[in-house]
Design a protein around this ligand. Structure first.
Ligand code: SF4
Ligand code: SF4
Length: 61
């Protein structure tokens, strides 16, 4: 899944503008991804100037 590291996010909102599914919202001046809206397109990753958006690999059991 795609996730924002809130310790790194500087609240610039660049990621909101590139997301085609409006899956990113601001909460307390940090970006947050609404997972059920995200289609994993990864467009937000290069858009973030501080590289706060990461691909998180979850372990499948
Ligand atoms: S991966 Fe794509 S759909 Fe998901 S939050 Fe980023 S830009 Fe939006
Ligand atoms: S582009 Fe990066 S720093 Fe800017 S709001 Fe999105 S996650 Fe935060």
């Amino acid at each position: 899944m795609i996730a924002v590291d809130k310790r790194e996010c500087v609240g610039c909102e660049e990621c909101l503008h590139v997301c085609p599914t409006e899956a990113i919202i601001m909460k307390n001046e940090k970006a947050e991804i609404i997972q059920h809206k995200c289609d994993q397109c990864e467009r937000c990753i290069p858009a973030c100037p501080v590289k706060a958006i990461k691909i998180v690999y979850t372990q499948l059991i």
